[in-house]
Design a protein around this ligand. Structure first.
Ligand SMILES: Nc1ncnc2c1ncn2[C@@H]1O[C@H](COP(=O)(O)OP(=O)(O)OP(=O)(O)O)[C@@H](O)[C@H]1O
Ligand SMILES: [Mg+2]
Length: 500
């Protein structure tokens, strides 16, 4: 009794993405799937869920060979997926999204049953929203929780989670863990993909590592291998440490001044006040959806706001992205698909977009320069993919690299980052940290909002913790331990280091 893929191969054009992959998921166990960006994880998942057809090889569910690649048949056989790139309908309510997913839509909708079903999931996963909320209005973390709830709604025998936790806070991750563990005890089998090693260790025993479309390691017990070993299996290189040594490049010059900032958005913020200095990396943390994103969007002019904003001492118009960009502000959003990339356009167009003006002469585009520029960016961030490919065909992590790279390129005075390493593999994370550190040393003022507590602890010069739309706590680098950040996010007094 397993969900098994045997000897799968899959190519897109000349790009051979899977080269004979065999993997199985057993009932009552959680298997981790690891691999660099572009290794082929999501492609494998899409084949296991009947969304994509393999060129060769077969998928069996409990011994039965799946002949067609209709997702409904796989769902009926008990295979359910929470996708990396969320598969929700933004215009429908939470409850409606779950109905559509569970295949309960048989000409009419039994609203009472739908409501009861949702209520059960809401309690199980401690969801912080109601069934009648419109999905498009929810923050990214909540949408990710809903994607998982949706996958669990059909009570699957096999659950596949493709980086479902990249925007979740650690408390939310713990809740998901408990739900998965409870259901694992009842016989569900799970395949769990994540780039966060501590998560994989928390919940997975057997592990499969993919490298370049091949299984490079099949491990029965995660406890028998070190993180370094795993990274080596993923990259074929010896692993370095994850974070560069901490270095504070903060100067005395105030680059961005935020005074009494308020915004009446779907997650409102009140009275947000702080100074950001040139060369400083200011972390923003807190549980998902407590206003972190609204602060960034309000500064970037993407949301209406009240209060005062100045860059280098001069005020600029609030509520206008154009004014913010002219003042020297850049913003990298967390949801690259909806807010950041033109998915059907080539990688090259996406990469040069914010720099078009700078690369042109007298208003004329200079394609040679653009071309060189794009290739520099692709190699700087080791992007797997060609400049002429539609960016939608790149793996999630590689899309993220372009979403970040295109703004770094513009040499902003103030760089606002919303979970910039979400979905990025470990070697690339290290690269991004180095780039950001270099950026800070050049005098760029950086705000790093992150759901990755470790990232804030290791990397930020100072951390602001948001709760209910306000700055609840400020921690300097020395104070900002993982425990202190989590405690402040939850509003729990941090008694002493190491205990909460
Ligand atoms: N629809 C598609 N058309 C063309 N190429 C594709 C398509 N989907 C995936 N690819 C290519 O397949 C390769 C593997 O992508 P995949 O999404 O499986 O990677 P991944 O391991 O999930 O990476 P990540 O950690 O970044 O999510 C990439 O090089 C990608 O460009
Ligand atoms: Mg993927």
């Amino acid at each position: 009794m397993t969900l098994t893929a045997t000897d799968l191969t899959k190519s897109y054009g000349e790009n051979q993405v899977l080269k004979g992959v065999t993997i199985f998921v057993e009932p009552g166990r959680v298997r981790g799937l690891l691999g660099e960006n572009g290794a082929g994880k999501s492609t494998l998942i899409r084949i296991l869920a009947g969304i994509t057809r393999a060129d060769h090889g077969e998928v069996t569910v409990n011994g039965e060979r799946m002949r067609s690649n209709r997702p409904q048949l796989f769902l009926a056989a008990g295979v359910s997926v929470a996708h990396q790139e969320l598969s929700l309908c933004p215009n429908l309510t939470v409850a409606e999204n779950i109905v559509v997913a569970a295949g309960q839509y048989l000409g009419f909708i039994a609203y009472r049953q739908v409501a009861e079903n949702f209520e059960r999931l809401r309690r199980e996963l401690e969801l912080p929203f109601s069934g009648s909320s419109v999905v498009g209005n929810l923050p990214l973390g909540s949408r990710q929780l809903l994607e998982i709830a949706k996958a669990l709604a059909s009570d699957p025998r096999y659950l596949i989670l493709d980086e479902p936790t990249s925007s979740l806070s650690s408390a939310e991750f713990q809740t998901i863990c408990r739900a998965v563990e409870r259901r694992t005890g009842q016989g569900m089998g799970t395949l769990f993909i994540s780039h966060r090693m501590e998560e994989v260790r928390r919940i997975c025993r057997p592990l499969t590592v993919l490298r370049d479309g091949k299984v490079s390691a099949d491990i029965d017990n995660a406890e028998t291998v070190s993180d370094m070993d795993l990274v080596e299996r993923m990259t074929g290189r010896e692993a370095g440490t994850k974070f560069p040594p901490y270095h504070n490049a903060t100067t005395n010059r105030v680059a961005l001044q935020v005074a009494g900032l308020g915004a009446p958005s779907s997650v409102p913020i009140t009275d947000v006040t702080f100074d950001l200095r040139a060369g400083e990396i200011l972390g923003i943390g807190g549980l998902a959806g407590h206003g972190q994103e609204t602060v960034l969007r309000a500064i970037f002019g993407a949301d209406r706001s009240t209060g005062t904003l100045t860059v280098d001492g001069s005020a600029f118009a609030r509520g206008s992205v154009g004014a913010a960009m002219r003042a020297g502000i850049a913003y990298v959003p967390a949801d690259r698909r909806q807010e950041s990339l033109l998915l059907q356009m080539p990688v090259s167009t996406n990469a040069v977009l914010p720099s078009l003006g700078r690369l042109a002469r007298h208003g004329w585009r200079r394609f040679d320069d653009e071309h060189r520029h794009v290739h520099r960016m692709l190699s700087r961030f080791s992007v797997k993919g060609r400049a002429s490919d539609a960016i939608a065909t790149l793996s999630g992590g590689n899309q993220q690299k372009i979403a970040l790279g295109k703004w770094l390129d513009r040499q902003p005075k103030v760089l606002l980052l919303n979970d910039p390493t979400r979905g990025v593999d470990i070697p690339t994370k290290l690269l991004i940290y180095r780039e950001l550190q270099a950026e800070a040393e050049r005098g760029t003022a950086i705000i790093l909002s992150s759901s990755d507590t470790l990232e804030l602890q290791e990397f930020a010069d100072r951390v602001l913790i948001m709760r209910n739309g306000r700055i609840a706590t400020e921690l300097d680098h020395a104070q900002a331990s993982e425990q202190a950040i989590v405690a402040a996010s939850l509003g729990v007094a941090n008694a002493s280091k190491g205990t909460i």
